[in-house]
Design a protein around this ligand. Structure first.
Ligand code: SF4
Length: 214
């Protein structure tokens, strides 16, 4: 059984898959406490679902793209089984994970979106750096949520030290909602010469930052 906060169909709001129809399976619980977290409602509660029950709901929505997210989805061991089942049933699977739990046991058919924690999150010391060694240039993406210029400098350092421009499908720079001047971030990126992309959270612009299940 897995503890699930919500399962819903929407468009993908982030990553290079933004704008595509997508079913989201949002699992409950997270061992991290990023200070700017926008999904604290996942920390507690949720309902227990069998994998068969989750698959029935995912199949009913009819999207071929499925994102398993949280919370921290990989904090529940059975999430690895769910992801394998989704891959077995030929879904295109995205796994958004906060770089705390090891991705070593993840089904290799799933695409990883690895959320590397920057200093302003207050969770940077908990990054599992071995996850970066497993990134695959043809499918995986790395995300840096940045709250200030120090986070941007940190992201640049990690990108260079781990050669992420050649070892990932995309590097996403995602400003914390309402906390960073977007024009400034655009200028930092434009002037960096790095092969990164600015990412805005599309769903928040469409439905507003507080609306859930979209
Ligand atoms: S890892 Fe994600 S869900 Fe967990 S506290 Fe950080 S932002 Fe929130």
């Amino acid at each position: 059984m897995l503890r699930v906060t919500e399962i819903f169909r929407s468009i993908q709001g982030e990553s290079t898959h933004a704008g595509r129809p997508c079913t989201f399976v949002r699992l409950t619980g997270c061992p991290m406490r990023c200070v700017w977290c926008d999904s604290e409602y996942t920390f507690t509660g949720g309902e227990h679902y069998s994998i068969d029950s989750i698959m029935a709901q995912v199949n009913a929505f009819g999207c071929r793209l499925v994102e398993v997210t949280g919370g921290e989805p990989l904090a529940q061991k059975e999430a690895f089984t769910l992801i394998k089942r989704l891959c077995d049933e030929s879904f295109e699977v995205l796994v958004e994970t906060g770089n705390y739990v090891s991705t070593a046991s993840l089904d290799p058919r799933a695409k990883v979106i690895l959320d590397v924690k920057c200093p302003a999150s207050a969770e940077e010391p908990r990054n599992d750096w071995s996850n970066l060694e497993r990134l695959r240039a043809d499918k995986d993406e790395v995300k840096f949520v940045i709250a200030d210029e120090a986070d941007w400098e940190y992201a640049k350092k990690v990108i260079k030290e781990h050669d992420l421009e050649t070892r990932t499908n995309a590097i996403l720079i995602s400003p914390v909602w309402g906390q960073v001047n977007l024009e400034q971030v655009a200028n930092w990126i434009a002037g960096s010469g790095l092969n990164v992309r600015m990412q805005l959270q599309l769903h928040k612009y469409i439905w507003g930052p507080e609306v859930r299940g979209v």
